[in-house]
Design a protein around this ligand. Structure first.
Ligand code: SF4
Length: 280
């Protein structure tokens, strides 16, 4: 118990508590997984930066006891890119909600992936804009309700992992707040990977999303995640039995590729230019 309290005071700004999240929100589980991952990675505390945009998930930066940056809506990856270019030795995590990362921040997301900048993006996908009252986001599943879709969402959502892969991300994983240990492992692997890593975590917003969609209790939402996900290995085994994987999210490590990251490519260009100019 003493050890736990020491770790709490080490990684969390206890003077900022109580937090502003609703009871049953998934954001606390994400923060716990991130802290456990950083502890396992044994990063020095002043070599970690956590960047957030705007939204409930991004408010995590207020409570984490590292150098943190609370930025503008959709621009967290742009700020994080600037930090990485100035201080490549830092370990940078970017926490964003689904609206922040792939709606208003969609363009920054695509280009961070294309550049393969060495950042770990944690996308907390709760299928809604929670902080502003439960409007639909590009991740709200078709037919589900939101304040701006009282009769059901009519637009199609898209797969964040597939978007990330098509845009050039070199590490992609997905977990849910029900699978907290998997989430920690993916954050560890994503951070160790040199390049742009995307960890999507399906999370619960009982206030903005759940209560409009017959999932009003956090326990029901956790059960829903348990029942609507399939591990990547099982997905391959079940491929012939379509019913077993129908309407399920695949979780686990989804993609990994070894491609030079942006800083390495940048340093190579500088070096080659210096060599060429010295020989002219
Ligand atoms: Fe969490 Fe939703 Fe409440 Fe925001 S509105 S704190 S996402 S439960």
């Amino acid at each position: 118990m003493k050890w736990l309290l020491e770790q709490l005071e080490r990684y969390i700004r206890v003077d900022k508590l109580p937090h502003l999240w609703c009871p049953g929100c998934g954001n606390g589980i994400v923060v716990g997984a991130l802290v456990r991952a950083i502890h396992e990675l044994e990063y020095e505390q002043d070599k970690v930066v956590v960047v957030g945009g705007i939204g409930c998930a991004s408010r995590a930066v207020n409570y984490l006891n590292f150098d943190t940056l609370h930025t503008t809506h959709g621009r967290a990856l742009a700020f994080a890119t600037g930090i990485k270019l100035a201080r490549p030795e830092l370990n940078i995590f970017v926490i964003m909600g689904d609206g922040d990362s792939v709606a208003i921040g969609g363009n920054h997301f695509i280009h961070a992936a294309r550049r393969n900048i060495d950042l770990t993006a944690i996308i907390v996908n709760n299928f809604t804009y929670g902080m502003t009252g439960g409007q639909y986001s590009p991740q709200t599943p078709i037919g589900q309700k939101a304040t701006t879709a009282p009769y059901g969402m009519m637009e199609r959502s898209f797969d964040i992992a597939e978007l990330a892969r098509a845009a050039g991300a070199t590490y992609i994983g997905r977990a849910t707040v029900y699978h907290a240990n998997l989430l920690t492992r993916l954050i560890v692997a994503g951070s160790r990977h040199k390049g742009f890593s995307v960890i999507e975590v399906l999370s619960m917003c009982p206030t903005g999303y759940g209560r409009r969609n017959d999932l009003s209790s956090p326990a029901e939402m956790l059960k829903w995640f348990a029942e609507h996900t399939v591990r990547v290995k099982r997905f391959t085994e079940y491929a012939a039995e379509k019913e077993k994987v129908k309407d399920k999210f695949i979780i686990g490590e989804l993609y990994r590729a070894e491609v030079p990251d942006y800083i390495t490519a940048y340093e190579n260009v500088v070096l080659e230019t210096q060599v060429r100019e010295a020989s002219d």
